[in-house]
Design a protein around this ligand. Structure first.
Ligand SMILES: [Zn+2]
Ligand SMILES: [Zn+2]
Length: 93
């Protein structure tokens, strides 16, 4: 009598696998300097400005990518310009 339960678990693991694939694609993007597929985020810098008051929040503003092969690094700004006020300590403590 566990068929339904098993099927549910199967769906979950399938979704997890796809998420994992996305994550792998993101993690193993090639290094712009040497092309090694391990150019990954090594540091995340918070401080994305709040869209209401402009003060820095705890949301990630920049990510530092470092190549494990040649050690070159690059700082990428997150696509978000401002943070939702719900993450702001000032507007929504
Ligand atoms: Zn490299
Ligand atoms: Zn704010």
């Amino acid at each position: 009598m566990t068929n339904c339960h098993t099927f549910h678990l199967f769906l979950l693991s399938d979704k997890k696998e796809r998420d994992m694939q996305d994550l792998m694609n993101k993690l193993f993007s090639p290094c712009p300097a040497c092309g090694h597929p391990g150019f990954e985020v090594t540091e995340a810098i918070p401080g994305l400005p709040c869209s209401w008051c402009g003060l820095p929040t705890r949301l990630i503003m920049q990510e530092i990518y470092t190549c494990r092969q040649c050690g070159c690094s690059q700082t990428n700004r997150r696509p978000e310009e401002t943070a939702d006020p719900q993450y702001c300590d000032h507007c929504n403590p």
